[in-house]
Design a protein around this ligand. Structure first.
Ligand code: SAM
Length: 220
């Protein structure tokens, strides 16, 4: 990320967010904590909501979609066990904040969004902040991004009725995936680990995301 001039007020709010909402709840991967300190979250929301950007809840980003609560972004990022060489697929670009956090840690982020307006908004902010390792695509992410697969990690940031099979096939050996699965009111966050022996799943706790809409998601 390139340095942008920002109000010191937001730098302090961000430090407090990391200390009180992220570290205090057990996120301890130094790379994740550093990414949260670096990414100016307030620039990923509308001007009217900037002062709430570091609060402990999701916020609207237009098109009936949301930027997720900071803690859940941190929890999902940590679960991906990212390294600097990893190529990561994100389904659900939304505001672009989660992609920027991953871009701070990993080699490259491939992010898919189905709503054109959100994609354009996110691209503007990536350009402004100089994230040249984020590649975007407008499509139904439930079918993945076959040409760029396999991925070392996959993160789905919308709630799926079940795990899209295509995404599992696009995960590399040793790959990790995090996805909320359940009905439209509540989901279980599931972590998947794939290796030569097959697929292992662990449950990380309940969460609530907007719906993953698509061929292997909800049908509207
Ligand atoms: N990761 C986002 C962020 O950091 O702001 C938050 C994502 S928001 C909770 C969920 C996003 O998933 C929405 O922008 C929605 O349009 C998108 N979405 C839903 N179904 C999708 C699909 N099949 N393919 C791509 N994006 C999808």
């Amino acid at each position: 990320m390139k340095m942008v001039k920002e109000d010191l007020k937001y730098v302090r709010m961000r430090e407090q967010m990391v200390k009180k909402q992220i570290e205090a709840r057990g996120i301890n991967d130094p790379k994740v904590l550093e990414a949260f300190i670096n990414v100016p979250r307030h620039l990923f929301v509308s001007e009217a909501l900037m002062d709430q950007a570091y609060s402990d809840y999701p916020l609207p980003i237009g098109e009936q979609q949301t930027i997720s609560q900071p803690y859940i972004v941190a929890e999902m990022t940590q679960a991906l066990q990212l390294t600097e060489n990893d190529r990561v697929l994100e389904i659900g670009t939304g505001s672009g904040y989660q992609a920027a956090i991953i871009a701070e840690i990993a080699y490259r982020v491939y992010t898919i969004e189905r709503i054109h307006k959100l994609l354009v908004q996110a691209r503007k902010i990536f350009d402004k902040l100089g994230y040249h390792n984020i590649v975007m695509r407008l499509s139904d992410g439930t079918t993945g991004w076959k040409e760029e697969s396999p991925f070392d990690a996959i993160i789905v940031t919308a709630g799926a009725p079940e795990i899209p099979y295509n995404l599992i096939t696009q995960l590399s050996m040793g790959g990790r995936m995090v996805i909320p699965v359940g009905d439209q009111y509540s989901q279980e966050l599931i972590k998947i680990y794939k290796d030569e022996k097959g697929i292992r799943q662990t449950q990380m706790g309940s969460c609530r995301f907007v719906r993953l809409i698509g061929e292997q998601g909800w049908k509207n």
